[in-house]
Design a protein around this ligand. Sequence first.
Ligand SMILES: C[S@@+](CC[C@H](N)C(=O)[O-])C[C@H]1O[C@@H](n2cnc3c(N)ncnc32)[C@H](O)[C@@H]1O
Length: 308
Amino acid sequence: MNGNDAGLIITPIQANEVTMGHSYKHIISKIGQEPFYTNKDGTCTLFKGDCLNIMDSIPAESINMIFADPPYFLSNGGMSCHAGRRVCVNKGDWDKSKGIEETHKFNMEWLRRCQNILTKDGTIWVSGTAHIIYSIGFAMQQLGFKILNDIAWYKINPPPNLSCRYFTHATETVLWAAKNKNSHHYFNYPLMRKMNNNKQMQSLWSITAPKPDEKIFGKHPTQKPIALLERIILASTKAHDIVLDPFTGSSTTGVAAYRLGRYFIGIDNNKEFLDLSIKRLNYEQRGKHNVKEEIKSVEKAIERVAAV
Ligand SMILES: C[S@@+](CC[C@H](N)C(=O)[O-])C[C@H]1O[C@@H](n2cnc3c(N)ncnc32)[C@H](O)[C@@H]1O
């Protein structure tokens, strides 16, 4: 296995590079509205709007991988525990349920569009709790996706259950599916094995909730950990592939995609969350440029010492 096979070589990407016949720039130009944000490298683009409308204008078979963390529709006045205190679980109006039939209809609609824009060997990952994951799984079966794995993401240190009438909720499910039964999906088996001490990686992933340094610009109420997205991207994409997140929130997927040298398209209909995404994505670029500056200054210092 060389570094590229592992999808680990992180080379700078050119915004006009062609991926599966569709250049990233071409895909962006087909979306019938101005991006809300493009990073300096031209490799991460955010759109503000309803993901159903925006996905309608993305060319068919152009996206290599989709990660979706849709509304779980669980904000209906329940209680949870945060930092030792009893808090209401309401995440916002976008997360209020309109009933199970409406939820399933919505899941069918966005999943249908995801299936259309995935390349023939492309894959989709969808996270969820019991509130929606059965609807997602059923919709995938109805649409003819090929379900590859149901990952149990174990959160290691979940908040306690205050009512003491249930087990502590400690897991989320992440379904991984290929476009259809004819797909030859990509799986970076050697890398996953290597990351797991040279043993086959299982479908139980122990990853803590986002760390404080992932929330320095503010937090999204349902923010995912970067480590989860990094593993997903490394497992199922090659360097320079195009990754899309239709419910991007604070763009955890974008941050991980940028770090790993993949192109990224993120969609959200909430300006506040997109503003948070921009701060996080800009910070990633600054971080990268700072590293370059630091290397330069160390090189200059070495030259100065050598000259004495
Ligand atoms: C569960 S959160 C995603 C959080 C994200 N994974 C993160 O790490 O920050 C779902 C997001 O979907 C957005 N959303 C809900 N309905 C939408 C729609 N129809 N189109 C686009 N975005 C939508 C919400 O604003 C919210 O930010």
